[in-house]
Design a protein around this ligand. Structure first.
Ligand SMILES: Cc1cc2nc3c(=O)[nH]c(=O)nc-3n(C[C@H](O)[C@H](O)[C@H](O)COP(=O)(O)OP(=O)(O)OC[C@H]3O[C@@H](n4cnc5c(N)ncnc54)[C@H](O)[C@@H]3O)c2cc1C
Length: 394
């Protein structure tokens, strides 16, 4: 192959470019902004830095958070110390680190907006303000607002959730997650090195309504908006049927990260999937045993082997988790109540935070632990004790 063009230089594009360039393929990465403060919490799970230790072992400023608090109006609050910290970056720093890595591997980085794609028989023309660039293969990593309509996920109504928030001066030692009754989403407070990323994501909710909900939360928790910077974006949250028809690749193109809809539909975690899919896209393109025009099939099967099925299953779970009621209370409220009393339940939530609990296995694990959890809960309730060392607040 003479040249691969990676469109978009977020985590997905930067990882793909690094993998391709390291293997010696001439690789050009085009991003209209290069490193920027992309609206995001910036939280990296254990699952991500366990697989890619460089995400933790580097000199870039970051915050490692062990303390978390989960709350729901009817379930109260529960605090938990994470076994594996959540690592929180500013996205500008994080993207810059990944772009530096791609450049060091030999990728050519260009600050350019891709305006249009021109498919040729065995190649692509990539139109920018400065002309048309030729490439044999492309990786579309242009994020959730991909405007290149011939590649990547074809969004259907209901396949995204709104996400908005504020970068607020100040910092703290604890991550806060707040659920609300009948609300498919949550508020987060993620401490970064010198500011907080405070935001809300919600599916099926108008941005204005979500913003008002967030304002109420910030007012109630004494988080000021003066001096804070507003941000808004969308998070892919594919409905279950959309996963079946999801367009992750085609002849001589692959889509990675948000442009391929690869985000956890329950938590909104996208950074791991962007990084992993960027890496897998590079592996698929480098797969010499298959014609370039068929390498999208290799990519799809790599994604399938890892997480496509789990994310699709998670899409079915999301609504039930956020909206379904169990005995007049929401699932998050019941989860918080159980966490106060049952170490087994806390173990499960630990793994959900770490990103290591597959949705496909969650039901079996919950059922397998149900007896023990119920026993712990009943004893806990009868004896009125809490899990050792953990704070609670009804
Ligand atoms: C508010 C919010 C909070 C979030 N919090 C978290 C979190 O805490 N943890 C987590 O894991 N995930 C989080 N996510 C999800 C995460 O931000 C995304 O999944 C992740 O950024 C996806 O990476 P990407 O490389 O696919 O896309 P992006 O990071 O969006 O990168 C796409 C890049 O493409 C460029 N681009 C787009 N179009 C063009 C074009 N035509 N020409 C040239 N360049 C172009 C853009 O400039 C951008 O740099 C959050 C998302 C939102 C919206």
């Amino acid at each position: 192959m003479k040249r691969v063009a990676v469109l978009g230089g977020g985590p997905a594009g930067a990882m793909a470019a690094a993998g391709l360039a390291r293997a010696g393929l001439p690789t050009v990465l085009l991003d209209e902004k290069l490193a920027w403060e992309k609206p995001c919490g910036g939280g990296i799970t254990y699952k991500a830095y366990r697989q890619y230790p460089f995400l933790l072992e580097n000199a870039v400023p970051k915050k490692q958070i062990f303390e978390t608090r989960l709350s729901e109006p009817r379930g109260g609050s529960v605090s938990m110390r994470l076994r594996h910290p959540l690592v929180i970056y500013s996205r500008r720093d994080f993207n810059q680190m990944l772009l530096d890595r791609a450049e060091a591997a030999g990728a050519q980085l260009e600050k350019e907006r891709v305006l249009a794609l021109e498919p040729r028989e065995n190649s692509w023309g990539i139109r920018t303000r400065h002309g048309v660039l030729e490439a044999d293969f492309i990786v579309a990593a242009t994020g959730a607002r991909n405007t290149l309509q011939s590649v990547g996920t074809e969004w259907k109504p209901g396949d995204t959730m709104c996400a908005l928030g504020y970068y607020v001066p100040g910092t703290r030692a604890e991550v806060d997650i707040q659920f609300f009754p009948n609300f498919e989403g949550y508020v987060w407070v993620f401490p970064r090195c010198d500011h907080l990323s405070v935001g809300i994501c919600g599916k099926g909710v108008a941005a204005q309504e979500a913003r008002e909900q967030l304002h109420r939360y910030m007012d109630e928790h004494g988080i000021p908006r003066t001096g804070a910077t507003f941000y808004a974006h969308v998070i892919p949250a594919l409905e279950r049927p959309s996963w079946r028809s999801n367009r992750v690749g085609g002849p001589r193109w692959l889509a990675a990260g948000d442009a391929a809809g690869l985000v956890d539909p329950v938590t909104g975690e996208g950074l791991y999937y962007a990084i992993r899919s960027g890496d897998l896209a590079a592996q698929a393109i480098l797969h010499d045993g298959v014609e370039p025009s068929s390498r999208h099939a290799v990519y799809r099967s790599l994604l399938h082997g890892e997480f496509l099925e789990d994310l699709a299953f998670g899409a079915g779970l999301a609504k039930r988790f956020f909206i379904q009621e169990i005995m007049f209370s929401s699932v998050p409220a019941r989860m918080i109540e159980l966490m106060r009393l049952s170490p087994r339940m806390r173990d499960i939530v630990q793994d959900l935070f770490a990103g290591t609990q597959r949705y496909l296995d969650l039901k079996d694990r919950l059922l397998a632990n149900l007896n023990g959890t119920l026993q712990e809960t009943i004893y806990g309730a009868l004896l009125g004790h809490r899990v050792a060392g953990e704070g609670t607040q009804a």
